[in-house]
Design a protein around this ligand. Structure first.
Ligand SMILES: [Zn+2]
Length: 233
């Protein structure tokens, strides 16, 4: 299977909370998308890896993705080492995405920052033919960073107004993680109603930048080539 876009998240729910609207929009347009979760989330304050696996499967159906895999790298300890890089390289070579979504390289959660570096370095070496020569090499054409906790000035913003309701539905699949008055467990910021508000406020804020209701911001390290400048208007 060859994908158009493969999104990497440190934890199950990272993609839903950051760029699910764009994933849905891509699927709506007929593009093939997939998600790789790097860890099983075993260090999370709430929920077990088994609960989170079921939640992620439920959400995957809403997001209309072709595949979702977990690399079982230790949670809260995403190391930039060759063992982990090879796991990511294998996933990239298996799905041959044209574009990779990955977390912005600076974040308050060290897993997000480390995931960013791990995926970025792995995507480069996935293109080296002498590395694991038994699997054909593949290097994605673009690395596109999504926003976690720390903000950046976006390279572009995607209008997700039509996808926002389904994005929120996907987020609500994570019953052990987000605000859920029926769930018995320790409270965290993510499980507070304010966190859900912050998702709404952020998408309204970035939507406002491009004069639409809901938007998701993205960043590239390099400049983007525009083939037809009139396509901008
Ligand atoms: Zn996370």
């Amino acid at each position: 299977m060859e994908l158009d876009v493969l999104a990497f998240g440190a934890h199950r729910d990272d993609i839903e909370l950051t760029c699910a609207g764009t994933m849905l929009k891509l699927a709506d347009h007929g593009y093939k998308t997939g998600i790789i979760d790097l860890t099983a989330g075993e260090m999370g304050t709430r929920g077990t890896p088994e609960e989170r696996e079921k939640e992620a499967e439920e959400s995957a159906k809403i997001l209309m993705i072709q595949c979702r895999e977990n690399l079982y790298i230790p949670d809260a300890n995403i190391e930039i080492n060759m063992e982990n890089k090879l796991k990511v390289v294998k996933a990239i070579r298996k799905y041959k995405p044209k574009i990779i979504f990955l977390p912005y390289w600076q974040d308050r959660h060290p897993d997000h920052a480390h995931a960013s570096q791990l995926v970025s370095e792995s995507a480069f070496i996935a293109g080296l033919s002498k590395l694991m020569p038994e699997i054909p090499r593949h290097r994605p054409e673009k690395m596109i960073y999504y926003m976690c906790h720390y903000e950046f000035t976006p390279s572009f913003i995607v209008d997700i107004t039509e996808q926002n309701d389904r994005k929120i539905k996907a987020i609500h699949c994570y019953k052990s993680q987000i605000y859920n008055p029926n769930y018995q467990g320790e409270q965290t910021y993510i499980s507070s109603p304010e966190y859900l508000d912050s998702i709404e406020v952020r998408s309204r804020y970035y939507g406002g930048h491009i004069k639409c209701k809901h938007g998701e911001p993205f960043l590239l390290r390099e400049a983007i080539e525009i083939k037809d400048i009139m396509a901008l208007v």
